[in-house]
Each structure stands twice: as structure tokens, then as C-alpha cells.
Design a protein around this ligand. Structure first.
Ligand SMILES: Nc1nc2c(c(=O)[nH]1)N[C@H]1C(S)=C(S)[C@@H](COP(=O)(O)O)O[C@H]1N2
Ligand SMILES: [Mo]
Length: 296
């Protein structure tokens, strides 16, 4: 009898220990969110997408290409002891914990989001400008691109463990340094005033609102600064369909479908897609002289 009780006691203690560790960064994020200033920087005419839809209709291939399956597998995802490694063309490499990341002042940004599959949404993200992190990391003059890598963990991501994985993992994305430094480019840690859910890219992801959704890489573990343009996962998988730039452009069709219109999650009818997803005024000038048909 005594032994049973002791076992139970030990189990419970282990469970509590695990619980606090897992809860640590979401709890910290939640504390930060309570002190949040509401700073919407871009006006959006349309209504914010229902939170339920934005957190359940997801693309996260590491879990599954099937949106329902992805949501299911994401429920067990652990972000315990998450680290972000910054390396490459930097004065010196560094590794940050989520506690370090949470020292950046968080703000809310309401952005349009457009997936290359033609669905769209409007999300209130919580995060900070990527340029703040870049300035903190101090890239050298040689740095011209920023490369992002998602976690590689076969025990947590079923598609990484598959006999024939859908993509060449880990998932990689990249931006030109000036795109990464643009004030619209965010590192998001939350949405809808809550920490990111696993299916949306916990504990931190990129958000580049004028580009197709696949550029907004989830669950980042590494940020590298490079001299040359990195090869990105989707570009490698199918270069004629997914370009490096992936700027939202209603006049450049995907080889298999038009990009002229989009359907917002929760809405019945489609509406026209806007150049640079509506951020033309803010970002068009950084592409001056670039042929957007060739560099799609
Ligand atoms: N690591 C990783 N990041 C990813 C993806 C993915 O499969 N794996 N999917 C991308 C695609 S195609 C889109 S549209 C967005 C979707 O973000 P959401 O599911 O939070 O809406 O995440 C992007 N980031
Ligand atoms: Mo997407």
C-alpha cells in the first residue's frame, strides 16, 4: 500500500515539474500580453478572421499536409527549452532562449495574410519587428540575406519521420536583408492576444504580410546571415511554381491557378487580391528595377 502511494506521489511530482517547464514561456508571453499597448500600424478595411478558423485551418506540413491531421498532431507539440541560434555573418554567433526573446517589447499588428493556395485571413499578431533582433545580433557588412530554419524533430513531426516526406526538411525560408529589415516584417510570438498555438508556429514564427504565406516560416530554431541567396524549401521543391520572392501579385498566375482573387476564411465570396497584398505603398520601392514577372 505504501509503495503504491509513493509511486503515485512521484508520478504527480514529475507531472507538475513537466507542467511548469512547458508552461514557462507561454506564461511569460501571457504576462507580457497583459501589459500590451495596442499599436495597429496598418488600416484594414475588412474584419478580423474568426480566431477558431485562423487557429484550425492551417498549413504545417511537418505535422501533416492534411489540415485536420496537422491540427490533431500539433496538440502534443512541446516547445520546452526552445533555443534560437543566430549565426553566419555576425560579429559573433549567439543563442537565445525564449526568456531572452521575450525581452523585446511586444506589440500587436493586424495584418492581411494571403496563402498561395488563394485563401486569406486577417490576423492580430503579437510580436516585434525582426529588425530589432537583427540590430541586436549585429550582422557584418558581408550579410546580404537572412535564412530561417524550422525545428527538425522526427519524434514530434510525423511527416519528417515518413518514408517519403512531403518536403526536404528542415523547412527553410529566407529574405533579402532589406526585406528582413523592413518595419512590416515581424517575429510573432502570439496571435489574438495569446501565445501562438503549435499549429500556428509556436513558440515563434516569421510574418511577412506582403508575401505568400509559405514565406512566413513557423517554429524557428535558427537564423543565419549569409552572403549569397539561400535555397529555400519551396523553391527547391518546385522552382517554376514557388519563387524566392513570392511577393503577392494578382497579375502573376501560379502555373496551375490564377492569383487574381482570394477567399477570406469564413467568407462565401471571393474578392480581388491586392498588389503586395495591400502593402504596395510600404514595400514597392524596395523592388524598384526588379522584373516582378521574372523574380516572382
Ligand atoms: N515550418 C513550416 N512553416 C510554414 C509552413 C509549413 O508547412 N512548415 N507552411 C507555410 C504556409 S504554406 C502558410 S500559408 C503559412 C500558414 O500559416 P497558418 O497555418 O498559421 O495560417 O505557414 C507557412 N509556414
Ligand atoms: Mo500557404
Amino acid at each position: 500500500m505504501y509503495t503504491t502511494d509513493e509511486k503515485l506521489y512521484k508520478k504527480r511530482r514529475e507531472f507538475l515539474k513537466l507542467g511548469t517547464a512547458v508552461m514557462l514561456s507561454p506564461a511569460l508571453i501571457a504576462t507580457k500580453l497583459n501589459a500590451l499597448n495596442f499599436i495597429p500600424t496598418t488600416q484594414t478595411q475588412h474584419k478580423i478572421t474568426d480566431e477558431k478558423l485562423a487557429t484550425s485551418y492551417v498549413n504545417f506540413y511537418e505535422f501533416s499536409t492534411n489540415k485536420k491531421e496537422a491540427l490533431k498532431y500539433a496538440q502534443n507539440f512541446s516547445t520546452q527549452n526552445w533555443k534560437i541560434e543566430l549565426s553566419g555573418e555576425l560579429e559573433k554567433p549567439l543563442t537565445l532562449s525564449m526568456q531572452d526573446i521575450l525581452k523585446f517589447q511586444l506589440e500587436e499588428r493586424i495584418y492581411r495574410f494571403r496563402c498561395v493556395e488563394t485563401w486569406s485571413m486577417i490576423v492580430p499578431w503579437v510580436g516585434f519587428e525582426l529588425r530589432k533582433l537583427i540590430e541586436f545580433a549585429k550582422p557584418t557588412n558581408e550579410a546580404k540575406f537572412v535564412k530561417f530554419t524550422t525545428l527538425l524533430d522526427k519524434s514530434q513531426f510525423p511527416d519528417q519521420n515518413a518514408l517519403f516526406p512531403t518536403l526536404d526538411y528542415p523547412y527553410i525560408e529566407a529574405l533579402r536583408l532589406d526585406e528582413a529589415m523592413h518595419p512590416l516584417t515581424l517575429i510573432a510570438l502570439g496571435m489574438y492576444k495569446k501565445p501562438l498555438k503549435a499549429q500556428n508556429g509556436a513558440p515563434l514564427r516569421l510574418v511577412v504580410p506582403w508575401k505568400y504565406g509559405f514565406k512566413s516560416i513557423k517554429s524557428i530554431v535558427k537564423i543565419e546571415f549569409t552572403k549569397t541567396r539561400p535555397q529555400t524549401t519551396w523553391e527547391l521543391a518546385n522552382p517554376s511554381e514557388y519563387g524566392f520572392y513570392a511577393n503577392v501579385n494578382p497579375t502573376v498566375s501560379h502555373p496551375r491557378w490564377s492569383q487574381a482573387n482570394e477567399r477570406a476564411l469564413g467568407e462565401l465570396f471571393t474578392k480581388p487580391t491586392l498588389m503586395f497584398n495591400g502593402y504596395e505603398k510600404e514595400v514597392a520601392s524596395i523592388y524598384d528595377g526588379l522584373d516582378l514577372r521574372v523574380n516572382f
